[in-house]
Each structure stands twice: as C-alpha cells, then as structure tokens.
Write a protein that binds this ligand. Structure first.
Ligand SMILES: Nc1ncnc2c1ncn2[C@@H]1O[C@H](COP(=O)(O)OP(=O)(O)OP(=O)(O)O)[C@@H](O)[C@H]1O
Length: 727
C-alpha cells in the first residue's frame, strides 16, 4: 500500500509545486516572465532545480526514503520530465504549428499526465536499447570495432562502390510505394489515363535497376570481406608464429588453431553477413525516413512516437512466454527423471509390485506439465495476438490520422497510400537493425580474442641484425643458468660453461633429465637463459639475424618432424629456390638417396603428416639431409641416428663426421659407438657440467662418465649384443 501511496503523494506534491511556481513567476512584475514560452521554460527549470535540491539534501540523506527516489536514474528521469513540456512547446513553435494549447495548458492534469507517461516510456526505452557503459567493456568493444574497421581501410575504394550501389538499390526499392501512391492519385482523379502504364514502366525499370545494384553490391561486398578475412587470418597466424616457444608449451594447439580458424570465421561470417544487412537496412531506414518526411512530417512524427510501443509490448509478452517455456522444460525433465529412475530400478519396482504406483507418479508429473502447457498455449496466443494487434493498432492509428490529414488537405490520398507502404518497410527495417546488432557485437567479441593474440608481444628479445659472410662456428656457454618458464622455480641448468670448437666433435652426455636437450634449446634460441651468455664466434647469439642464425646452426632431433609435403620439399625446407641437384647430394650424404629413389614418386613422394608415411630411420635420414643441405657452421645431432641400423648409422656418421673440418659438431648420444668418436666429451649431471675430456681420460678418472659407461655396457649386455663396442 505504501508503495502505491508514496508515488501518488509525490505526483500530487509535484502538481502543487508546479502550479505554485508558475503563479509566482506570473505574479513577478517583469514583462518577460509574463510571456508564456518564457514562463513555461522558467517554471520547468525551477521545478527541476527544486527536485535536484530535494534529491541531494533530503532523499539521499533520509534513511527511510524509498530506493527509487535515491537512484541517480531518478534525477535523470526527473530532468526529462521537466524538459518535455517546454521542449514540445518550442518544437511546435519552430514548426509553425499552433502551440497555444500547450503554452496555456501544460500545467493541467492532462498534459502533466502525458509528460509522466512519455517520461516513463523514454526511461524504459533508454534502459533497454541505449548503449550503457559497462565498465571498460563498452569502451573495449568500441575500440575493437574501430580496429576491425581499420582492416577494411585498404579496401576503402571498394566500400565506396558498395555504398554507392546500396544507395542506388535502396532508392530503387522506394519506387514501388512511390508509384503506387502516384497511381492512386491518378486513379482518384482519372485525369491521365496513360499515367498508369508509364508508372508501371518506370516502376519496372527502377526495380530492375535496384535488383542489378543489389547483385553488384553483394558481389563486391562478399569478395571484399573474404579478402579481409584472409588478411586477418594470416595476420593472426603470423602473430602466433612470432611467439616464443614457451608460449606453445603452455597454450594448447587446439586453442591456438581455434583462434585462427573458428574465431576468425565467426568474426568474418558475422561481419560479412550481418554487417552487410545492417548497412543495407540502415541505408533503407535513412532513405525511407527521407521519403516519409517528404510525404508528411506529421505522419512521420506520429510513426516515430508509435514505433517504440510496438517494440515494448512484444518484448514483455515474449519475456513472459520465455519464462513459461523454461518452466515447461523443467517439468518435462522431472517427468523424464521419474521414468529413467523406474526403468533403471525395474527389478525393485517389480519385486515390490509397485508398477501402478510408479505409473501414477509419472502421470502426476505429466499432469503438472500439462497445466503449464495450457498456460503456455494461452501465453503464446496472447503474445502473438498482442504483437499483431499492436502493429495493427499502429497502422490503424496512422490510417486514421492520415485520413484526417487527407480530409484537411494536408496530404493527398496517394501520399497516404505511399506513406503506409513506406511505413511497413520502415518498421521491418528497424526490427532487423535491432535484432542484428547483437550479432555484430558477437563478431566484435570474437575479434577481441583474436586481437589478444595479435597484440601479444613475444617474451623474447628481438632478433639482431648480424649476418657475417663467414662464420667459424665457435660456440661458448658462459655461466648459463636456466629454468623453464612453466617451472620457474626449478633450475634445469646451473652455471653451465662449455665450448664447441670448429673442426671438433663434442659429445654431450649425462643421465636422463640432466639438461642435454635444454642446452640445445638454448642454443637454438627457443628459450632465453636467465643468467649467463651464449656466444657464437665471440658474439652473443641474440645479435645474429634470425634466419641467418638458424641457417648456420642446423639441428637434427631424435624424433625429427617432417611436414606433409614431398620429400624434396622437406629436405629443402626453408630454403628459397632450392636446386634439386643440391637436394640429391645432401640426401646422398645422409644415406637417404637410395631409399628415396625406391619410393613410388621418388623425391616427389609425400612424406605424410609428421612424416608418418616414412619409417623412423627414413625420417631421420631425411632430417639429416635437411640439415646438411644448409652447409651449417654448427651441426647439432640430438641422438639423430638412434633409429638407424648399425650399417646405416656407420654410413651416415662417417658422412657427417667427415665434414668436421668445416664446422663444429655437437652430438647427444646414447650409443657408445657415437660417443667414442667424439674429440671431447662434456658430462652433464643435474644441470651442471661435472666432467670434460676425451673418452680415454674420462674413463681413467672413473667418475660420472665411467659410471655412465658402465650402465650403457650393462644395457648392451642385457640386450646381448655389441659388448665389444664398449671396450
Ligand atoms: N618444456 C619444459 N618445461 C618444463 N620443464 C622441462 C621442459 N622440458 C624439459 N624440462 C625438464 O628439464 C629437465 C631437463 O630436461 P632435458 O630434456 O634437457 O633432459 P635430457 O638430459 O635431454 O634428458 P633425456 O636424455 O632423457 O632426453 C628435466 O627435468 C625435464 O623434466
């Protein structure tokens, strides 16, 4: 009761205050204040000020004050309420329409009630449709949209053409209502018998022109949007490729691929389809507004006031219907639960002979659903009925008002017919604009995720520019310590210092997990050491140009990755304009030529995904050929011959090791036969260099290396072969 009485008391107080203020101003002996327009403005401003003062000094401080009076929204609504009467009176005056009724009667109950209704409507519409600031989200959306549009800038000329055709096509669509109106006038006047046929001809020509424009526009637009999609997709791909290896350690491949493909697809689909519709309908609304205004500004104003009503009613009836649908679904799910439970415990039901009891329980549940279904059916009927009724009511009102204007000779009958036809198009165009806006927002949402990748700065120092003509291949690790970004607390390498000399084979050995592969990863610049330096020919590897560095440091890993391309392309991977002869020579050195020639399509044979169509040993030989083709200064072999049989291993190793005079070779090997061939052996244990020297020296020291060799020998022993190699 209090909730109803308070607003009524408030309105009553407002009426009294308004009358009082108006009379006080009229009573002041200043001629300007006696002028009705001046009076209406001053009274309204004083009315607004009075409420603002009450809002700040009373409502905000009063403990018992209702919440609706304390909100900032109340102040804004009040300002709208106070400004409606003076604005309306001024607007009418500017349009040279008689405004005496408003000027002299605005304070009457009827006008003030109308102002209250209009304000309530404005507040509801504002809350529903205005873009409210939602923290930084709106700002972010705006920024993303601007950025998205910036990708369209290179194709701006195409968009100008598109807009031109959109305008032509939209204008063309106005032809049918326009000529229908004109024909009505001619039929009514019966003055010009040929007018009908000339109108039909004009209508046909313009409609055809409009259709052609639409076709051209759609074509250019869709082609342009595909181009933009491709541009964004390749930009995202490039940005991802730029990232440091640690990024790929943490982000899942699925996530990355989804960003590049699904998100960009969602974005461009929404943009190309929905944005084009938005653009289309927006242009239509602009053209229709122009035509409607040119026919009758009064009818246009009437439509503009009536439109929000036909949106609000379906909105609320739709919400009610939606809530009911959810209830029906829940009740159905409950009934299903009963059925599932009964069938899963059928033996218990049978043994207690409770079939009838369960059947009744199920029927009771269905009864509940049926009741809700009945309400839902009524709600659906009411909802569709109110929807069509509200739009019908608007049309009837427009017709009624239009008829009045026709009788007062304000508009012709033809204009009224044309206006009604325009209004039909206008309403549906506005509906499309409102319903498609969320889709564009969705596209912007998808683009935000994409931009996250594009904006991500790789956590690596930028590559240098050094690319000297000759490189010896001298590598030195100076007090290098490193922990993987994913496990920053575990130091994997601790103060490692080692050297690789040109013309030497250096073997890196150590127990599993001692950090051998990590050393290679740092050398390849997959990660950056936390402390210490890695030098190539006395210069930090960070100083070298990215491509140059990776051409000079060639890596063959234990499980080499091949691409689903031809063997030739795999060997020449990353080399521009490779020569087939060089590819074949590299393959011969790697003992791969023979098996490649035996393949069905030779060097053109597809290696399959990740080289899946080749055996482990064949993959390794292709990978070795890939490394040798680069003529590297530092060759890194991470257990690269592990999958080869003894004979192939011997052949490949002799080919590789014969090149040692040209470069430094670093091998990680688990086979004694490989380690023995090394000029120098570096022993790693728990991330530290614990021993260095030749095979002979280290064996004599009887330290970690000696123990390691013992283990290797036992391993060979257990396998029952190659024992002799260890001696
Ligand atoms: N990407 C990674 N993120 C976190 N920790 C890692 C990563 N890669 C390796 N490690 C850890 O670093 C340590 C050294 O690994 P590394 O691969 O360098 O050893 P390794 O000596 O080459 O071993 P193996 O002989 O078994 O290949 C191990 O404890 C391993 O768990």
């Amino acid at each position: 009761m209090r909730q109803l009485l308070l607003p009524l008391a408030f309105i009553g107080l407002d009426l009294l205050a308004t009358h009082f203020l108006r009379l006080v101003l009229l009573w002041v002996p200043v001629p300007l204040l006696q002028h009705p327009l001046c009076n209406i403005w001053l009274t309204s401003l004083l009315r607004g000020t009075l409420f603002t003062l009450a809002f700040i000094h009373i409502f905000q401080r009063l403990q018992d004050c209702p919440a609706w009076l304390q909100k900032q929204d109340a102040l804004q609504a009040w300002m709208v309420l106070c400004l409606i009467p003076p604005s309306y009176a001024t607007f009418k005056m500017l349009c040279y329409v008689s405004n005496n009724e408003v000027l002299w009667g605005w304070y009457s109950l009827k006008w003030l009630a109308l102002a209250y209704v209009t304000t309530s409507l404005t507040v509801v519409l504002w809350k529903r449709y205005a873009p409210h600031s939602n923290g930084g989200v709106e700002k972010k959306t705006g920024t993303s949209l601007t950025r998205l549009l910036s990708y369209m800038v290179p194709d701006i000329r195409r968009f100008v053409v598109v807009i031109f055709f959109v305008v032509i096509s939209s204008l063309g669509e106005m032809a049918i209502p326009y000529y229908t109106g004109r024909m009505t006038d001619w039929i009514m006047s019966e003055e010009n018998p040929d007018a009908f046929f000339s109108a039909i001809t004009a209508m046909t020509l313009i409609t055809v022109m409009s259709a052609v424009s639409e076709f051209v526009c759609d074509l250019i637009y869709n082609v342009t949007m595909s181009k933009i999609h491709m541009r964004i997709q390749s930009l995202v791909f490039r940005s991802v490729l730029r990232q440091e290896i640690a990024f790929f350690d943490t982000a899942s491949t699925g996530d990355i691929t989804s960003r590049i493909t699904t998100d960009t697809n969602t974005m461009s689909e929404s943009l190309s389809e929905k944005l084009s519709l938005l653009m289309w309908y927006f242009m239509r609304v602009v053209c229709l507004s122009g035509f409607m205004l040119s026919l009758s500004w009064k009818l246009s104003l009437f439509t503009a006031i009536g439109l929000p009503i036909i949106w609000i009613i379906p909105e609320y009836s739709g919400k009610f219907y939606q809530k009911l649908s959810v209830k029906v679904q829940t009740s159905l799910a409950e009934a299903n639960k009963v059925a599932t439970e009964v069938f899963s415990c059928i033996k218990t039901v049978r043994s207690f002979a409770n079939e009838d009891g369960e059947a009744k329980r199920y029927s009771d549940m269905l009864e509940e659903t049926y009741k809700l279904n009945k309400i839902e059916a009524v709600a659906y009927a009411v909802s569709t009925w109110t929807n069509s009724l509200s739009s019908l009511a608007l049309k009837v009102c427009i017709l009624y008002y239009g008829a009045k204007l026709v009788t007062s000779d304000d508009v012709s009958s033809g204009d009224l017919v044309a206006f009604i036809l325009y209004e039909l198009q206008f309403t549906s165009a506005i509906e499309v604009l409102i319903s498609y806006y969320p889709h564009v927002k969705k596209a912007v949402g998808a683009s935000e995720k994409i931009f996250e990748y594009m904006d991500r700065k790789p956590a690596m120092t930028t590559p240098g520019t050094l690319a000297p003509n000759s490189l010896k291949g001298h590598i030195s690790f100076k007090n290098v310590s490193f922990a993987y970004p994913g496990r920053p607390d575990t130091m994997v390498l601790k103060d490692v210092s080692l050297e690789l000399n040109p013309g030497e084979i250096t073997a890196l050995v150590g127990p599993s997990g001692s950090g051998k592969t990590t050393c290679i990863s740092l050398l390849e610049r997959f990660y950056e050491p936390q402390t210490g330096k890695i030098l190539l020919d006395g210069v930090s590897i960070q100083e070298y140009e990215h491509k140059y560095l990776h051409r000079k440091l060639a890596l063959v890993s234990q499980e080499p990755m091949l691409f689903a391309r031809s063997v030739e392309e795999n060997i020449a991977y990353g080399i521009e304009n490779p020569c087939l002869e060089d590819v074949k020579n590299a393959a011969k050195l790697a003992n791969a030529h023979e098996f490649v020639c035996g393949l069905k399509e030779g060097y053109n044979t597809d290696a399959g995904e990740k080289g899946g169509q080749l055996s482990g040993g064949q993959k390794q030989r292709v990978a070795i050929a890939r490394a040798l083709l680069r003529d590297p200064s530092v060759l890194i072999l991470d257990d690269a011959t592990s999958s080869l049989d003894t004979e192939s291993e011997h052949l490949v190793q002799s080919a590789i090791f014969n090149r040692k005079l040209k470069c430094s070779i670093l091998v990680i090997a688990h086979r004694l036969s490989t380690v023995e061939k090394a000029d120098r052996i570096i022993v790693l244990e728990d991330g530290r260099v614990v021993e260095q020297g030749t095979h002979k020296d280290l064996l004599q020291q009887q330290g970690t290396y000696y123990l390691l060799i013992q283990k290797m020998m036992k391993g060979f022993d257990r396998n029952g072969n190659q024992e002799s190699e260890c001696e």
